[in-house]
Structures are given as C-alpha cells and as structure tokens.
Design a protein around this ligand. Structure first.
Ligand SMILES: [Zn+2]
Length: 205
C-alpha cells in the first residue's frame, strides 16, 4: 500500500465537518412530512476503515434528525460524505476497494489485496453494477456531467477516474474521493430524497 493512498485523520475531520453542515441545512428546512422542527438525534456507528481508512474509524457520529412534533416524530437522515447507507465499511473504502478489486483477476486476489471479505466485495460489485445505475441519484448525477458521463458498465472505476480528471494531472486520491463522496451523497440516505440540494448548498457556502 503506497503512502499517498492512506486517508488521514484530517481528511475525515473535514468530511465530518461537512456532514455536520449538511445536517444543519437539512434541519433548517424542517420536517418534510409535517413542517415541524427537526431536532438532533445523532447516533454512533462503528465504521470499518479497512487498509486505507483506519483513521476514519474514530469518526463515529452519524448525524441524524428527528421531528419534534407529537404524532409525527419522523426521522430525517441527512446525506453523508462518510457513510454509504448502512454499510459497515466507510464509503471511501467501498469505493476505493471496489475499484482495486476490478483490476484483479480473481475474487481471491481481490480479497487478499484489499483485506475485504470476498462476499462483501461481491455484494458491493452487485450494488455498483445493478442497484446504483438504476437509482434516481445516478440518473440525476449522470445528467450533471459534461458528456460523456462515467461509463455505467465500468462503475465505480469510471466515477473515480472522472473525479481525478477534474483535478488534472496532479490529482490526489483524497481530493478525488471527496468529490466522489459529494456526487454519491444522495444515495447515502433514503429519508431525504432531495438530499443533493443540501450538499450542493453546503459546498457553495
Ligand atoms: Zn414531522
């Protein structure tokens, strides 16, 4: 594992701060069901960082919001740059190790190289190639790229390559992964279906 492909604590601290701001933006909007006030209902997760993101395991707080109005109490889970749905591994790991696995001949090689169990790698592969391409978030994201968008058949490698291309020849992995996290943020939650607008607003301010 080369030195530059290990994600540092500062990087996760930045992502955590963005997650906090995104949660704030969602909270400011109020409950989508009843218009009631959204209160913090954050909880702790136990994320796995694998080989590249061990530093990220210390950042456990999942920002979460809960409607304060009696009779509603619905949860709004803000988009996140760190957690990809309920997956135990951090999103950066799911992305980066899926890309590494794609370059290897066999699942056994992939398991040995990434340290991620073969069944997990298989599940991720299915998600990238079957569930993600038909998600509303991908349809929306795809339309935002200056054509051509990342090749669907090459996900997630094509997505990471596209992010690297934004930064040009000197692209650093962590910059590209942060950009991918922004792109992917709408798929990290189902309870805030228009999540991308909060993320876009956060990065604009
Ligand atoms: Zn409500």
């Amino acid at each position: 594992m080369s030195h530059e492909s290990v994600l540092r604590e500062e990087w996760f601290a930045r992502l955590e701060e963005f997650d906090r701001q995104i949660a704030e933006a969602v909270a400011a909007d109020g409950c989508r069901h009843c218009g009631g006030p959204l209160h913090q209902g954050n909880y702790e997760r136990k994320p796995r960082g694998g080989q590249i993101a061990e530093a990220g395991e210390a950042f456990r707080l999942r920002h979460s919001l809960c409607c304060g109005r009696e009779g509603c109490r619905k949860r709004s889970l803000p988009p996140s740059l760190r957690f990809l749905g309920r997956r135990v591994y951090l999103e950066a790991v799911v992305l980066f190790e899926s890309v590494r696995a794609m370059a290897l001949e066999t699942l056994r090689q992939a398991r040995r190289t990434t340290g991620v169990p073969a069944r997990t790698l298989r599940r991720w592969h299915r998600w990238w190639t079957q569930a993600f391409p038909i998600s509303a978030a991908w349809t929306e994201l795809r339309a935002r790229f200056v054509p051509p968008p990342p090749a669907e058949s090459e996900l997630p490698r094509s997505l990471l390559e596209q992010a690297k291309a934004v930064f040009g020849a000197d692209a650093e992995l962590f910059d590209a992964l942060l950009l991918c996290a922004r792109w992917l943020s709408p798929v990290t939650t189902q309870s805030v279906p228009d999540g991308s607008r909060f993320v876009v607003a956060t990065f604009r301010s």
